[in-house]
Design a protein around this ligand. Structure first.
Ligand code: ADP
Ligand code: MG
Length: 213
């Protein structure tokens, strides 16, 4: 399989900014129900900064690009999600080294990024956070790489894992982040950070499925 190239970054960032803009009201309503309602505004600050950097990012190698993306998210997004999304990319930058990024390598690197988010947030699956999307996606990627699944099927599988993950947060009681203050009353609402994570992952899968092979 051909390795993924950073020249895809400008279209990936555009697609992510677009899906967050389209779904902004819905996600804000989710964060208003069990959080403080600022999640989309926080995230859009970071995406605005990444939009301005997108052409430059597309010329870097993965390690440098992810480091820059992570630092930008940490310094612009704020809230709990800023340091967590930032940590994901900085950890991926450290894990990728300078090896070509095929599916197997990406699955390993993404898994290490998600492991760092767990450490940073002192959280794991089942706590009604972005990890309920990130962890199943990482698990799916590793199993798809091991089973040598075709890339087009992997992209569909990634989107399905992300959607199943976000849906699962609805019935969970939050035990991390602001929503945990509501205890049992947090049940019945989808987690906003899980929702934006799913939207971004589905946008990435959409772009990659139309990228020239
Ligand atoms: P804040 O809660 O500080 O206002 P945001 O609204 O930007 O920050 O982000 C909230 C999202 O961050 C939540 O919906 C959840 O997905 C995620 N989150 C919060 N705390 C944690 C944690 N400890 N581990 C993983 N994700 C978390
Ligand atoms: Mg918030």
């Amino acid at each position: 399989m051909k390795p993924f190239a950073t020249s895809l970054l400008p279209s990936l960032i555009e697609a992510i900014a677009e899906t967050i803009a389209i779904n902004a009201e819905e996600v804000t309503a989710l964060d208003q129900a069990i959080g403080d309602g600022d999640h989309v505004v926080n995230l859009q600050r970071g995406l605005h900064a990444l939009m301005a950097q997108r052409d430059e990012l597309g010329k870097l190698d993965w390690s440098v690009a992810w480091q820059k993306i992570g630092m930008t998210l940490m310094s612009t997004v704020g809230g709990a999600s800023g340091s967590l999304f930032g940590t994901l990319f900085v950890a991926m930058s450290k894990a990728v080294l300078d090896r070509p990024l095929d599916l197997e390598r990406f699955a390993e690197v993404f898994t290490q990024g998600v492991a760092s988010v767990k450490l940073r947030g002192k959280a794991d699956v089942g706590e009604k956070t972005m990890l309920d999307v990130l962890v199943p996606v990482a698990d799916y990627l590793r199993s798809a790489a091991t089973n040598r699944v075709e890339v087009s099927d992997v992209l569909t599988g990634v989107a399905s894992a992300a959607i199943a993950g976000v849906e699962a947060t609805r019935d969970m009681v939050a035990t991390k982040g602001r929503a945990s203050f509501l205890e049992e009353r947090s049940r019945g609402h989808i987690d906003a950070g899980a929702k934006t994570t799913q939207l971004m992952i589905c946008a990435i899968a959409g772009v990659l499925s139309t990228a020239p092979a």
